[in-house]
Ligand binder design. Structure first.
Ligand code: NAG
Ligand code: NAG
Ligand code: NAG
Length: 579
């Protein structure tokens, strides 16, 4: 979420590059053309056009001042020369507090795996490097010297994700050293992503090349850089979720917002409440076990991504909650799968929690407890909290009578007040489950977050509000005026599910639209101030009514080398710190 697109066009300084295609030493057919960086762009020329022509990859890596670095760092300058090397000669020299060294070593394995994947014939685990290479290429070392200053092993909204990276090559050309210094593991990890973008495959030498010199300093513009996945409308495999995490890591996004459940299905297998998935999953194989969730949380952490669980309530529940009636707890959810749907919800199948049943709160508290355990440590939790249908509650005799018997009345505002009361109880249950740890709650904008409603029982510091209306909606000014911290997911730019036939949110949002959507400018338009203090960041949303494993990668823009789901192998080498 860099907000604006920054394009670097830098005057070209003509230098002699170290490596050219020459038929005598090339292992591959020499190409009849080559590329030259001209005015910050790579331009194709016939081979006869000059001895300074290089392969396309090499030109892109070194052209335009910042090569192919993306998202563009705060400041970057990339030299024009490259050195050839082989991936087994890349080694980590770590300097880190003991709490984060294992994370750093794992992140280096991921980096090392990314190097292997640059090979066009990569299939699984290792690329078929065949050469032949000259002695200099075979011996060239890439030393990655990483200093992590702090011991923080979990992302928070205050984590310093900055880093500096400098790349230098010894005068004799034998060793390229990438020096990374970062206040936290998370900054260091971003630096490894950046370093991976300073490397590419050299197509005529069957080797990797790394730029000989570079200087980068970088820090994210926003603390919260998210992507939502929805695993209720359609089930998504863990392998697909990992691919999304990989892509987020490469783009330095840091929050995987997991909309786990909805009225359609409840795919999360809970130890404490196995009936939820038993009744709620599409099939016995379409579930996430607690062990799989823990694995994914750790997989994401190594890649600089926090997993933010959402249990949407009190609407967007249904399948999964039906077991309780048979067990004598009464109905936990009402209007489940009720038709015609438009009278009871916005999208079939319907369902909403039964606010009149005390058992609803006991079960909700139990779910929160297990969620906080399997997603630990949870620093931010999403309550959902959108699209309550008042008629569903009001037309349910049990709830209508309860409202009257308790003197609440049954008019609109009475129901909104009880929704706010529900939300207050949900917050208390979450805090109880957190056992003294601080957990931030997030809510979608809704009727509940309208001025005067949410604050019937709460104040602005208790919730982060996720805005999903369009960028010209007055709700943006309202949320900021109330002092809420906000995350932008305005659907006119950041809903990736759009673009399916006559689906409600219009055309597919291409990358230009995504990059031009700047929360600070939207706030400026709405309120006259950029509200930098209240805007935590933004999130693109991959709702899955029309998506699953088969097409989510394309909609998210995930591009991957090598076969999906291959795990990095522990073959990278680690050097001792210099004495
Ligand atoms: C709820 O139902 C009652 C009739 O029982 C009706 O008078 C009232 O307007 C309804 N409230 C809402 C919010 O629809
Ligand atoms: C609730 O919100 C309204 C509208 O923003 C505001 O005028 C009022 O002061 C708030 N009340 C409390 C108790 O914060
Ligand atoms: C708002 O809520 C926070 C967190 O619960 C609390 O610390 C603070 O005192 C509350 N502020 C007011 C004005 O009630």
């Amino acid at each position: 979420m860099q907000g604006t697109v920054r394009v670097a066009l830098v005057a070209v300084v003509v230098v002699t590059l170290d490596y050219h295609c020459t038929a005598a030493t090339d292992s591959k057919m020499p190409a009849p053309w080559g590329w030259r960086c001209e005015d910050g762009r790579c331009v194709k020329h016939a081979a006869a056009g000059g001895s300074d022509l290089v392969p396309l990859n090499q030109c892109k890596l070194t052209c335009g001042g910042a090569g192919v670095l993306w998202p563009l760092p705060t400041s970057a300058s990339v030299g024009r020369r490259v050195s050839l090397f082989l991936p087994h000669n890349a080694a980590l020299r770590p300097m880190c507090p003991a709490q984060v060294c294992p994370l750093l070593q794992e992140a280096f394995l991921v980096f090392h795996d990314a190097l292997q994947r640059y090979h066009p014939d990569y299939t699984s685990g290792e690329a078929p490097w065949v050469g032949p290479w000259d002695a200099a290429t075979e011996a060239h070392a890439l030393v990655v010297a990483v200093t992590v200053e702090g011991a923080q092993a979990h992302l928070t909204l205050n984590t310093d994700e900055s880093y500096s990276l400098s790349v230098n090559t010894s005068a004799d050309g034998a060793v390229t050293t990438a020096t990374i210094v970062a206040p936290t593991f998370f900054g260091a990890r971003h630096a490894l992503e950046t370093l991976a973008q300073l490397v590419d495959y050299h197509e005529t030498r069957d080797a990797l090349m790394v730029v000989q010199t570079a200087a980068v300093t970088d820090a994210p513009a926003f603390a919260y850089r998210g992507l939502l996945v929805d695993t209720s409308r359609n089930f998504v495999t863990v392998a697909a979720l990992r691919r999304t995490v990989d892509a987020m890591a490469a783009s330095k996004l840091n929050t995987l917002h997991w909309h786990i459940t909805d009225s359609h299905s409840f795919p999360l297998a809970l130890h404490s409440l196995p009936n939820m998935a038993y009744y709620g999953a599409y099939s016995a194989r379409q579930v996430y076990t607690p062990a799989q969730v823990r694995d994914l949380v750790q997989y994401a952490r190594v890649r600089g991504v926090r997993v933010l669980p959402e249990l949407d309530a009190p609407a967007h529940v249904g399948n999964g909650w039906q077991w309780a009636e048979e067990e004598g707890l009464g109905r936990l959810a009402v209007c489940v799968n009720q038709a015609p749907f438009l009278q009871y919800c916005l999208q079939p199948p319907c369902g909403q929690l039964n606010i009149a049943n005390p058992a609803t709160y006991r079960v909700l508290g139990q779910i929160y407890e297990e969620l906080l355990d399997i997603f630990a440590p949870v620093e931010i939790f999403h309550f959902g909290g959108d699209e309550v249908n008042l008629n569903c509650w009001n037309s349910t005799q049990e709830i209508n009578s309860w409202m009257t018997a308790n003197g609440h009345g049954v008019d609109e505002e009475a129901y909104y007040r009880q929704w706010a009361v529900f939300q207050g109880k949900a917050l208390q249950l979450l805090q109880k489950a957190a056992k003294g740890r601080k957990v931030e709650g997030v809510l979608w904008t809704s009727e509940l977050t309208k001025p005067g409603r949410l604050n019937l029982s709460h104040n602005s510091s208790q919730y982060i509000i996720q805005i999903w209306s369009t960028q010209d909606d007055p709700v943006i000014g309202e949320m900021l005026a109330m002092g809420h911290r906000v995350v932008f997911s305005n659907r006119d730019a950041w809903y990736l599910d759009c673009g399916v036939g006559n689906f409600w949110c219009g055309a597919y949002k291409g990358w230009q639209k995504v990059y031009d959507n700047n929360p600070h400018s939207i706030a400026q338009q709405a309120t006259g101030s950029t509200h930098a203090d209240l805007i935590l960041g933004g999130e693109v949303a991959m709702w899955m009514e029309f998506a699953d494993d088969n097409n989510m990668d394309a909609k998210e823009g995930v591009r991957r080398r090598g076969p999906a789901g291959t795990k990095p192998r522990g073959t990278a080498s680690f050097l001792p710190p210099p004495s």
